[in-house]
Design a protein around this ligand. Structure first.
Ligand SMILES: *[C@@H]1O[C@H](CO)[C@@H](O)[C@H](O)[C@H]1NC(C)=O
Length: 435
């Protein structure tokens, strides 16, 4: 597909080097040849012998041959002063070029800053009275760019509802879970979802079950990177594929396949932040943040140091709006996964999202929202707390993510039994953690 890979694959590649140096060698050769020809035709050179005063800065090329006075001290002194003034002019010219370059650069930076300001604020406002001000957390959506991937753009037009959809990446290793995943999505009456099939088997499976599927062209751009590269390249793939969806202007609910859908999650989103994510936290405190006091008794009066803590966001289920900070986040995560092969994508995702700017580092400024832990529930909350506590009897989550347990499929099925078929004993036989 023409025009697609361009923004993804930067740099000309090493293949452009040999031809360039060959061209240089050729150019030099031609220059030498021309020099020889002119030396034969015009041994006296191009410039007629003219006194330096009338020629300005030009030193007579053949002055020695044509001017008998050229060896006089007067003539030499004139030449010397001519030379001195030339080198001074040269230095001044250089300085002027430097100044202009600097001014250009500053102007560019200023323009950049100004653009950012407009992007963030739209206009300059005076601050309102106490208690009435509210900063911006809902960044503007990017202008959709269909040229990024026309085929995907067409598909998304059919599948998305209000420019939103659920997206899951899957290969045949997770086939059974994927089946459970889309069956529950269908039962919950959700139609705006899409499977990004990473192999033929998954594509076939989706077609068989009438599941919206998108198979990437395996020979182009990032997919060939993923195929030729190691594991780390593949884990970065999710974030790079997601980028295209955002560039096309869609809000994406990224979903792992070990998730049971019980209600339509789009009915429970706030849509006010760049990233709205489910939490790995297991109660209000750990999910929404708290002051963790670090105690160091030898410090005496100042023994308590306060720290900010929050359990990580789950990079297997988050809603991401199509904004510049969101796309920057995806780029930063993908880039780090490429450069640090051993890193864990969820840790990188959280670090990029939360670490502030500090010396030598520009933090991302994306707005964030933690999802309700009982609506977007992880399996620790369900198995450790919710299933045992009567006050949660009437609670029905929108989704349950079996992220804390390795026996995913049986737990997924039990969750459906429990919440959909009303079998209150369905979860009883599972331990809180893994055996
Ligand atoms: C947890 O937070 C929710 C939402 O803020 C609140 O309604 C609930 O009472 C909190 N629960 C506890 C145990 O503090």
């Amino acid at each position: 597909m023409a025009g697609r890979g361009a923004p993804l694959m930067r740099g000309g590649g090493p293949s452009s080097l040999p031809s360039r140096s060959a061209r240089i060698v050729m150019a030099v050769g031609v220059g030498v040849l021309l020099g020889c020809v002119f030396a034969l035709l015009r041994p006296d050179g191009f410039f007629s012998p003219v006194p330096a005063s009338s020629q300005g800065r030009l030193i007579p090329a053949s002055s020695k041959a044509s001017s008998p006075s050229c060896e006089s001290p007067e003539w030499i002194n004139r030449l010397k002063s001519e030379l001195a003034s030339m080198s001074e002019e040269n230095a001044q010219l250089k300085k002027r070029v430097r100044d202009v370059n600097m001014k250009l650069q500053l102007a560019e930076q200023g323009k950049d800053q100004a653009e950012k300001q407009v992007l963030v604020l739209g206009a300059n406002y005076k601050a309102g009275p106490f208690g009435t001000v509210k900063s911006l957390r809902t960044n503007p959506s990017v202008a959709p760019d269909e040229s990024v991937n026309p085929r995907l753009a067409k598909l998304l037009e059919e599948v998305a509802i209000r420019k939103e959809l659920i997206v899951a990446l899957a290969n045949s290793h997770v086939r059974e879970m994927l089946e459970e995943w889309f069956q529950n999505i269908k039962k919950a009456g959700i139609s705006n979802y899409l499977v990004v099939a990473l192999d033929d088997e998954v594509e076939e499976l989706c077609k068989t079950y009438n599941v919206p599927v998108y198979r990437r062209n395996p020979d182009e751009g990032i997919d060939s990177i993923a195929r030729d590269g190691g594991n780390h390249a593949v884990s970065g793939l999710k974030f790079r594929i997601l980028r295209e969806f955002l560039q096309l202007g869609y809000g994406i609910l990224l979903s792992d396949v070990d998730i049971v859908y019980l209600q339509n999650p789009f009915d429970h989103l706030y849509r006010d932040s760049d990233v709205e994510s489910m939490s790995d936290g297991h109660n209000n405190m750990t999910a929404y943040g708290y002051d963790d006091v670090f105690d160091e008794p030898p410090m005496g009066w100042a023994r308590y140091a306060h720290t900010m803590r929050i359990w990580v966001y789950n990079s297997g289920f988050f809603y991401i709006r199509p904004t510049i900070p969101s796309i920057e986040l995806l780029d930063r995560v993908a880039d780090r996964l490429m450069r640090q092969p051993k890193s864990w994508d969820q840790a990188v995702f959280n670090e990029e999202l939360f670490f502030p700017s500090h010396p030598g580092y520009d933090g991302l400024h994306a707005s964030r929202r933690t999802m309700d832990i009982y609506l977007f529930m992880n399996s620790k909350v369900l198995f450790k707390t919710v299933r045992k506590d009567d006050k949660f009897r009437n609670l029905k989550p929108a989704i349950v993510h079996v992220n804390y347990h390795p026996d995913k499929l049986p737990r997924m099925k039990a969750i459906v039994e429990y919440y959909v078929n009303g079998n209150r004993d369905a979860l009883k036989n599972f331990p809180d953690g893994s055996d």
